[in-house]
Design a protein around this ligand. Structure first.
Ligand SMILES: [Fe+2]
Ligand SMILES: [Fe+2]
Length: 471
């Protein structure tokens, strides 16, 4: 399963043996490179960046580190190894051999799933493209670019599936991936959270913690797919995604650490006076990014999701480890709904509730990072606790989008919301303040004043390592 970097498009799918496919992808490649140079990380074209590149898809052996000139990064097509005798593990086709070709009757649904996932990948690169200009350190700049090149590769992963398995309309969808742009008035990205700008580094860390984690859960449920090429693609993407969430978790943790250090050093709550970001502001950013990411899981009750499940296209998180019949015909699942001025949990068909179940898995996972952040605060001896807002808070999609609620899940009136929401979500003033701190620090080993240095370097490198060389 080693990757051939002699090829124009590095790959481990024997691309050279399929001339037609190879030519089609080589035709798409210049458009991708043009997109990268126009809408990829601003000002990065001359930089040499210490990046990891996949050299093999075997567990533990895939990462190779070295300085790479950014536009020369080798984006390619890498699938996790095929599992012998893999089966469709859920839904109406449970027990059949996994499909190596697209089942004709599910073509439209499968294409939709791949396009929706694929569209988020270049979207996040577009959202983050200005951040390099205000990096808090070379370490962080390198991490931003690592995330960006891998999101670019995730686009390649989805475009490969479209080209290899969906003929002409797959090729058209691949073109459209480069035509929609984040925040574009005429041709926006498909999902709303991917049209919001990522204007500052606190937003970036929150995004990689909460929104990339949505990506993890979407990829994990697509990795269960009965369509084997999609499963293998997503399994390899997940290994890359882990680093993105690490960047978010440690990034937010370092901003919190710095706030606590300032509070202790100056015996004050007025962190802003000393150029840090106060814990209350961090909590408001957390509330915002969590709530928009929770929306990405869609409607609580969804017949589309039920159909994808029954068709064997998209499973639940860790489907094969769940102890049930994997058909869910008569199974029930408890789903929150509005009742009066509160919420109740009611029995619903587990089949139509698979989105909600995935959201539950996601929320549990989000809590783990919050617990770690609270440990930082606790160890500093400060009396403050970060909390995840309730799932009904600040929702734009699903049954809670019609109500207003407090972060702890109490339904309130519009008037109360208007009065109070500035306590719960970042205000214009918060954003202006955070933006005012964003200034590039590019001296090796130096870190901006509003964030603590990283606990350790990438790939064991020392603190003052030149992760990025400017030419
Ligand atoms: Fe991704
Ligand atoms: Fe990611």
């Amino acid at each position: 399963m080693s990757i051939d970097y002699q090829e124009k498009i590095p790959n481990n799918v024997n691309l050279a043996e399929d001339r037609k496919l190879q030519r089609a992808l080589e035709k798409w490649q210049p458009g991708y490179q043009q997109w990268w140079s126009e809408l990829g990380p601003e000002g990065s074209h001359q930089m040499d960046v210490y990046l990891r590149t996949a050299i093999s898809v075997e567990p533990g052996g895939w990462a190779n580190y070295g300085h790479v000139k950014m536009p020369d990064y080798r984006w390619g097509i890498f699938l996790a190894p095929q599992e012998a005798e893999r089966k469709v593990n859920f839904g109406a086709h449970k027990g059949d051999a996994a499909w190596q070709e697209v089942p004709g009757e599910y073509r439209a649904e499968l294409r939709r799933l791949i396009v929706t996932q694929g569209d988020t990948e270049p979207a996040s690169v577009e959202q983050q493209r200005h951040l390099g200009l205000t990096c808090p350190s070379l370490y962080d700049l390198r991490n931003l670019f690592q995330v960006n090149v891998e999101e670019g590769r995730h686009l390649w992963a989805m475009v490969y599936l479209l080209h290899a398995h969906f003929g002409r309309d797959g090729r058209e969808e691949a073109e459209a991936m480069l035509e929609r742009h984040s925040g574009d008035a005429d041709k926006p990205r498909i999902l709303e959270a991917f049209n919001e700008p990522t204007p500052d580094w606190l937003s970036f860390f929150m995004f990689t913690y909460f929104t990339d984690r949505d990506g993890k859960y979407q990829l994990a449920s697509l990795a269960e797919s009965g369509f084997d090429p999609l499963s293998r693609t997503c399994r390899f993407m997940l290994t890359e995604e882990a680093h993105h969430m690490f960047v978010g978790e440690t990034g937010v943790g370092r901003v919190i650490q710095r706030a606590c250090d300032i509070m202790n050093e100056h015996k004050t709550d007025d962190v802003r006076k000393y150029g840090g970001i106060d814990l209350a502001t961090i909590q408001r950013y957390l509330n915002f990014h969590f709530s928009v990411s929770v929306d990405l899981f869609g409607q609580e009750i969804s017949t589309n999701a039920a159909n994808y499940f029954t068709m064997g296209l998209k499973g639940r998180f860790q489907e094969t480890r769940i102890d049930d019949d994997h058909l869910l015909k008569d199974a029930i699942y408890q789903v929150a709904e509005v009742k009066g001025d509160g919420i109740v949990y009611a029995d619903q068909s587990a089949l139509t509730a698979v989105n909600e179940r995935l959201r539950d898995d996601y929320i549990r996972d989000c809590q783990r990072g919050v617990d770690k952040w609270n440990k930082v605060i606790q160890e500093a001896g400060i009396d403050f606790e970060m909390t995840l807002p309730h799932r009904i808070f600040h929702r734009g999609i699903g049954s809670f989008s019609t109500i207003k609620a407090t972060p702890d899940g109490k339904i309130i009136t519009e008037a109360d919301w208007d009065h109070k929401h500035n306590d719960w979500l970042p205000t214009d003033e918060d954003r202006q303040y955070v933006t005012s701190l964003m200034e590039a620090v590019t001296e090796p080993g130096k870190v901006a004043n509003w964030i603590a240095p990283p606990a350790k370097g990438i790939n064991g490198q020392p603190q003052d390592f030149d992760y990025v060389r400017f030419n």
